[in-house]
Design a protein around this ligand. Structure first.
Ligand code: GLN
Length: 558
């Protein structure tokens, strides 16, 4: 091997982690594509209920990594946690398969099994996700950390190749309609089965290849039991342990409970959303109270917090993919794609596809700008991501304003939305991850990643709440007309529906009233999408305005 090859090649272990994560994301995103449609069509839930479950589920998936990271660091090690998480997720998907097989004979039991399945997947994801990402970092010894950016770009492509495959194959098997457009409500389970098989494949791949390839350059196994790890990764003079006083632990505990009360009883959030928001804020408070922090470390951590706050709005908009955008793709979109009628849940694949196509160009773009000394600092890139997603929602808001309650949205507009959202994601998601790595003192790195993931979780929870205010789509108006009800007049309070009409609407999972957000009544799809334009737009402007201050607080980190 020539000298340049030695310098540029990535360790083989990266490809093992790439493959394992690819199958895991196949399982996760394949299921995500089908979940809300399954809840509505087979388990007979209303779309708003499905959106709330979806947001809570995704949120919890990003809360449990705290637990998975902690268990790995203290007890089981990364490898065992990855295997355990993989197996749990495969079992969870099989439970969804079971739910999708029995709902007709026993709807209540099917719902219980569905909730248990999501619970098992939440824990599986929590064990798997933080450990596989941190193993990518540990493959590279200190002197090779410069390769980390490109290692994470490759890894991010693995994530999205998996997402792309899962979002193609699971919908093809599970989201099936006949020529007359009538959905086969029994098909979803085959999508869940495929997700389970993919997860098992990933777990088996990792089990057999880890000892040979996921090793240090000297061949020492990585991510083994914590008792066998060698602690060599600290900067000289840096404190090696967090130093929480019992007083700050108690205060954090009290803050957690008090915030819980405020979010649950004051703001009216459900228990899961309350748990996500309160743990994020109290953990952030706990870390910043640590007595071993120097001024520079504390400033940098505050930057992580500020950035984490703003990206909540990004994920809340981005994650409409699996709920409101999928409902619109299902109910009010012409999905003719070059003569082929796409399954609605499959429209999401454009995100994975565009990441695979654009990840390398984006990293070349940053490299080129850096070479010219024009690379923006990370918070500016994040703000650009927020601007782009705001523009993308403005574009779709304008398009839906033309179609009214009976026209169809052309699928090309959803594809354009996913294109813009992907550009935004590439400005924000990998950049945010690496920024946290660069700004965190080592002893707090996993906890601060926990805070960062909790802000993703909060974004998903907010996304669930926002998805649940989706107004009626075209199919609801058509159905109501069939039932002899003028839905628009009912929603506008021009007609008071009879008790019989109300129960008919309820039976067909149609809301008889408009939803509200922050005191504003949402009358139509245009207003619904404008909520995202405004939220992400304001977040972008404020973040831009803060960048000179953030730059100072980062003390030389870019
Ligand atoms: N799409 C990426 C993944 O699945 C990022 C998601 C996130 O960070 N919230 O890993």
């Amino acid at each position: 091997m020539g000298e340049t090859q030695v310098k540029t090649a990535h360790p083989k272990g990266l490809w093992v982690l790439f493959g394992t994560e690819m199958w895991e994301r196949f399982n996760f995103y394949g299921m995500r594509a089908l979940l809300t449609l399954f809840l509505v069509n087979s388990l007979l839930m209303k779309e708003e209920e499905a959106s709330l479950i979806y947001g809570g589920f995704l949120g919890l998936c990003y809360l449990t990594p705290m637990l998975g990271g902690f268990v790995a660091d203290r007890f089981l090690g990364n490898r065992n946690c990855i295997l355990l998480g993989g197996l749990l997720m495969a079992i969870g998907q099989m439970l969804l398969f079971t739910s999708g097989s029995i709902f007709e004979s026993n709807l209540d039991l099917a719902k219980i099994i569905m909730y248990s399945a999501l619970g098992v997947i939440v824990f599986g994801n929590g064990f798997f996700k933080p450990n596989i990402s941190s193993m990518v970092g540990s493959l590279y010894p200190k002197q090779e950390k410069t390769k980390l950016d490109s290692a994470f770009t490759i890894f991010y492509m693995g994530i999205n190749i998996g997402a792309f495959l899962g979002q193609s194959i699971c919908p093809l098997l599970g989201d099936v309609k006949d020529a007359g457009g009538i959905r086969d409500i029994h098909a979803f389970r085959w999508g869940f089965m495929a997700a389970s098989v993919a997860m098992l494949l990933g777990t088996i791949l990792f089990y057999f290849l880890k000892n040979k390839y996921v090793v240090t350059p000297e061949g020492r196994p990585l991510g083994g039991l914590p008792s066998k790890n060698v602690a060599s990764d600290f900067e000289e003079g840096e404190a090696q342990k967090a130093n929480f006083s019992s007083k700050s632990l108690v205060i954090a505990g009290i803050a957690f409970v008090a915030l819980g009360f405020i979010f649950h009883y004051g703001v009216g959030q459900n228990l899961i959303y309350t748990l996500i928001y309160s743990s994020g804020i109290s953990l952030a408070g706990l870390i910043i109270s640590d007595t071993s922090l120097t001024k520079i470390e504390r400033d940098r951590i505050i930057v992580i917090y500020i950035v984490s706050f703003f990206i909540i709005f990004f994920w809340a908009a981005f994650e409409q993919a699996g709920s409101s955008l999928t409902f619109i793709a299902d109910n009010q979109t012409d999905r003719n794609f070059f003569g082929w009628l796409m399954p609605p849940s499959m429209v999401q694949i454009f995100n994975g596809l565009f990441v695979v196509l654009l990840a390398v160009p984006f990293s070349i773009l940053w490299d080129t700008l850096r070479a010219k000394d024009k690379e923006p600092i990370s918070p500016v890139k994040l703000a650009v991501g927020l601007v782009v997603i705001s523009i993308s929602f403005f574009m779709i808001a304008t398009q839906v304003s033309y179609i009214g309650t009976s026209g169809l949205l052309l699928v090309k507009w959803l594809i354009l939305l996913y294109f813009l959202n992907t550009c935004a994601e590439l400005c924000l998601s990998p950049i945010g991850l690496s920024l946290v790595g660069k700004l965190s003192p080592k002893r707090f790195a996993s906890l601060l990643y926990g805070v960062f993931f909790l802000s993703n979780a909060s974004g998903y929870a907010l996304g669930g709440t926002l998805g649940s205010i989706l107004p009626a789509t075209g199919d609801k108006f058509a159905k109501a007309k069939e039932l002899g009800i003028d839905l628009q007049a009912v929603l506008d309070n021009k007609v008071v529906p009879t008790a019989e009409q109300l129960s008919l609407l309820e039976k067909h999972q149609i809301s008889a009233h408009n939803h509200f957000f922050a005191g504003f009544e949402i009358h139509n799809l245009y207003e619904f999408f404008m909520v995202f334009v405004v939220l992400t737009g304001i977040a972008a402007i404020v973040l831009f305005a803060l960048t000179p201050f953030l730059k100072k607080m980062m003390h030389g980190v870019r």
